[in-house]
Design a protein around this ligand. Structure first.
Ligand code: GLC
Length: 425
């Protein structure tokens, strides 16, 4: 069977009726940014179903505009922390109390790029919800002009060493309720975050629950507060795409002005996450001002967001060239020359399909065709060698953590489709 057919089959098998899970067993619910990438893949063969993926995600939106990282439409005893651990959340469907990188507007723009009457109807159908979510990031998660995160899980990069400074600065709650991890039962513990990290993740969850998930209080008073290049660049890019969507829909000037102000704010904040010692975009603890210490697979998203100075972009490419000589498969989630690199431990080293997708897109849009091709081809080679894994060892291309993974299938399909279109042109 061709890899393209295998990818379609994976997405069909992970379909739970209007929404798609990342992979059976390990992740049995709808995840926020996973669904956005899934829509991109399904759109290559079934646009109606792709659109349902997006609208089903929006069904979980909270009254304050937040779209949660996980929507719990059921309670699976095999998953932890499930709905009961997150407590009473104010959304229409039980969910987590944190969000995830807002790639949605970018993907909606891509899916509706031909602006046919049907595309415009679809854009109009979701515009208000997406606008409200972006407003939530700007009003509720922004501190001193830069978008912040309150939990490593919200960044989508759970145990990346980027978070070590923020996690070291916080204490595990003395009254942390006991719990049993389930992730280590599905996959080998060597792939997964450590126990101390897990205790801290749950300390933040317990704090959020204790304040009734008041999101502004969680940002300002919570145990963890860091700026993240992933959230920053993904939101900035998405704001730019939302601006284009708003203009195409003929939205009122006040809305267009509001989005433009977010873009200006975002572009101005790019310098806040420029680590002058490392000469790279890195995470930053917003309480101490300290930067994290490694180049990650989000550092190069400045291209995707079309932000940062020419010097910053040149330094970013220097780092990528250096790393490219050290690994067989670009782009590792953590610098192989930095402390805490581990080739197969989740966000401490493996390459991640959705990150390669965004990185390659940004590089090619900004005229860096060679590096874009390397990032794209390396993921394709890893898939050809090992299959549709959640992430891959950047030294060997072996698959890590979950197999038959939805976003890996989706990214593959999207690139194959683009290649076909290019071939036909
Ligand atoms: C892991 C990843 C996160 C992803 C989720 C479901 O938690 O770190 O980015 O959304 O799995 O695939």
């Amino acid at each position: 069977m061709s890899l393209t057919q295998t990818a379609i089959d994976i997405l069909a098998r992970n379909d739970r009726g209007g929404f798609t899970i990342p992979t059976a067993g390990l992740y049995p619910y709808q995840w926020n940014w996973d669904s956005a990438f899934v829509a991109l893949g399904i759109a290559t063969y079934d646009m109606d179903r792709a659109w349902t993926e997006i609208t089903s995600l929006l069904e979980g939106q909270w009254p304050d505009g937040m779209i949660p990282s996980i929507i719990f439409r059921s309670d699976d005893p095999d998953y932890f922390p499930g709905p009961s651990r997150w407590g009473k959340t104010p959304g229409p469907i039980p969910s987590t109390g944190i969000s995830q990188p807002p790639v949605l507007a970018t993907i909606i723009r891509k899916l509706t790029q031909t602006c046919t009457p049907l595309d415009q109807t679809r854009r109009a159908q979701v515009f208000d919800a997406v606008f409200k979510w972006h407003k939530w990031w700007h009003d509720t998660r922004t501190v001193d002009g830069v978008v912040a995160t309150v939990h490593p899980w919200e960044t989508g990069r759970d145990n990346c060493p980027e978070w070590n400074i923020g996690l070291k600065a916080m204490q595990v709650a003395a009254d942390l309720e006991p719990y049993t991890r389930m992730d280590n039962k599905h996959v080998h513990p060597s792939f997964r975050p450590s126990q101390e990290q897990y205790d801290k993740y749950l300390t933040i969850v317990q704090f959020g629950d204790s304040i009734g998930w008041d999101q502004r209080r969680l940002t300002v008073e919570g145990p963890f507060l860091m700026a993240d290049p992933n959230l920053h660049f993904v939101l900035l890019r998405a704001d730019k795409d939302l601006s284009a969507i708003a203009a195409s829909l003929g939205k009122p000037q006040a809305i267009l002005d509001q989005i433009d102000a977010w873009v200006a704010k975002g572009d101005a904040a790019t310098d806040t996450i420029w680590n002058p010692d490392l000469e790279a975009f890195t995470a930053r603890d917003l309480r101490s001002g300290r930067f994290s210490t490694g180049f990650s697979n989000c550092s190069a998203l400045c291209f995707y967001a079309d932000s940062g100075s020419p010097e910053q972009r040149a330094k970013t490419l220097d780092h990528m060239s250096r790393i490219a000589t050290n690994v067989g498969f670009m782009l590792p989630s953590w610098d192989p020359n930095a402390p805490d690199f581990e080739a197969q431990r989740y966000w401490c080293g493996p390459l991640w399909p959705q990150m390669n997708y965004m990185t390659a897109l940004g590089l090619s849009e900004q005229g860096q065709a060679d590096m874009a091709a390397r990032v794209q081809n390396d993921l394709c080679r890893a898939i050809e060698k090992s299959g549709f894994w959640e992430c891959f060892n950047p030294l060997t291309g072996e698959g890590c953590v979950g197999n038959n993974f939805s976003w890996t299938a989706a990214v593959w399909l999207s690139w194959q489709h683009e290649n076909k279109l290019k071939g036909a042109a």
